[in-house]
Design a protein around this ligand. Structure first.
Ligand SMILES: O=P(O)(O)OC[C@H]1O[C@H](OP(=O)(O)OP(=O)(O)O)[C@H](O)[C@@H]1O
Ligand code: HPA
Length: 240
């Protein structure tokens, strides 16, 4: 990439160095011991380790924001609709949008106008997907017609939420749909059902919590991405 004068600017050089492939956390990595972190007392006994510290999550989101900014600015000159998938996606969405806003402030020669939409998807009970996916807020999305859409999700695990949501969103006839997820899980039992466009981290097959990811509505108020202790899974289990 060069300027009119033929020189590569530092900004352009930085853009070309960012890897848009996920940061892969290997299966052998079992996380950092809890004693190195300042964790809320109310969850300490329920967690096994810190898989991804908050700071690393933030740095990776910054890189994702740059990739999105660069791609979308080149391929899609008009407004981008960013759709937040609640509840788990709320922190990622908020941080990602504010980092794209930073790009808008920092770059002199380009910018990316955005509008923000919200939807709620719920299917998990305990640590498994129930067959019943609830989608709330679809009726407010008529404005998607002919728009470029980016769906912002915290986690793609089996992939069934995103496959079902994408099918519903396509009924609104958007011009394009891209999927951005902070985490994709490398499941041992089956392959993921879809390939997202932007991924922060590819993680091993553990149920993780923190940074708005929950276990039966607990642990959203935890900063780091943590692996749960078996006793924690038992303690907050919904029994029928
Ligand atoms: O790929 P899948 O196996 O479908 O799992 C991913 C979905 O599970 C979580 O949602 P959840 O149902 O827990 O609702 P929440 O976002 O309110 O926590 C997560 O936020 C994704 O939407
Ligand atoms: O590992 C997970 N953690 C929290 N929520 C989830 N929803 C699917 N997988 C997960």
């Amino acid at each position: 990439m060069t300027t009119i004068t033929g020189k590569t600017t530092l900004m352009q050089k930085r853009d070309s160095l960012i890897d848009s492939d996920p940061l892969v956390i290997p299966d052998e990595f079992v996380g950092y011991p809890l004693r190195y972190f300042n964790l809320p007392l109310h969850y300490r006994d329920d967690l096994q380790s810190v898989l991804i510290p908050y700071g690393l999550v933030q740095d990776r989101i910054e890189a994702l924001a740059s990739s999105i900014f660069l791609d979308v600015h080149i391929h899609i000159p008009e407004q981008l609709v960013c759709l937040c998938v609640l509840k788990g996606g709320y922190r990622f969405f908020s941080d990602l949008v504010s980092k794209i806003q930073n790009e808008n402030r920092l770059q002199n020669d380009r910018s990316l106008p955005m509008s923000l939409e919200f939807i709620r998807c719920k299917s998990y009970v305990n640590d498994s997907s129930s067959e019943k996916l609830e989608i709330i807020g679809l009726s407010d999305l008529n404005s998607l017609k002919h728009k470029n859409l980016i769906v912002v999700e915290d986690m793609i695990d089996t992939g069934s939420t995103m496959v079902a949501l994408k099918k519903e969103l396509e009924k609104f006839q958007p011009k394009s749909v891209k999927i951005c997820t902070l985490f994709i899980k490398r499941r041992k039992d089956k392959k993921c059902l879809l390939k997202p466009d932007y991924v922060g981290f590819q993680i091993p097959d553990h149920f993780v919590v923190g940074y708005a990811l929950d276990y039966n509505e607990y642990f959203r108020d935890l900063e780091h991405i943590c692996i749960m202790e078996k006793s924690g899974i038992e303690k907050y289990k919904i029994k029928d």
